[in-house]
Design a protein around this ligand. Structure first.
Ligand SMILES: [Zn+2]
Length: 94
């Protein structure tokens, strides 16, 4: 069975693209490679099959890429956990 979760594209330093997948079990994001800004592997709206590498049992097998890009403010600076800004995004997206 396919278990699809949401991912957000993030343009990192040196033009790398990563896919940030929020994980409720970890209260943090998991990261998957998504190519580079010049050669992106994915576009918003795509669904990509990816194996979860969550240590807390979040077993997703596919990621649907959001139209909304990842926002650095979504995690706390010290521990990298979900911030109030991320919770606010979820409230608005609902
Ligand atoms: Zn996790």
């Amino acid at each position: 069975m396919t278990n699809t979760t949401t991912g957000y594209l993030f343009s990192g330093p040196r033009g790398t693209l990563t896919l940030a997948v929020p994980c409720d079990a970890c209260q943090a994001f998991h990261w998957h490679g998504a190519g580079t800004v010049e050669r992106p592997l994915h576009a918003p709206g795509d669904v990509t099959e990816r194996a979860s590498h969550c240590h807390n049992g979040n077993r997703y097998s596919a990621i649907r890429i959001s139209d909304v890009p990842y926002d650095r403010a979504w995690v706390t600076p010290m521990r990298g956990r979900f911030s109030t800004a991320y919770r606010r995004h979820l409230e608005v997206a609902r």
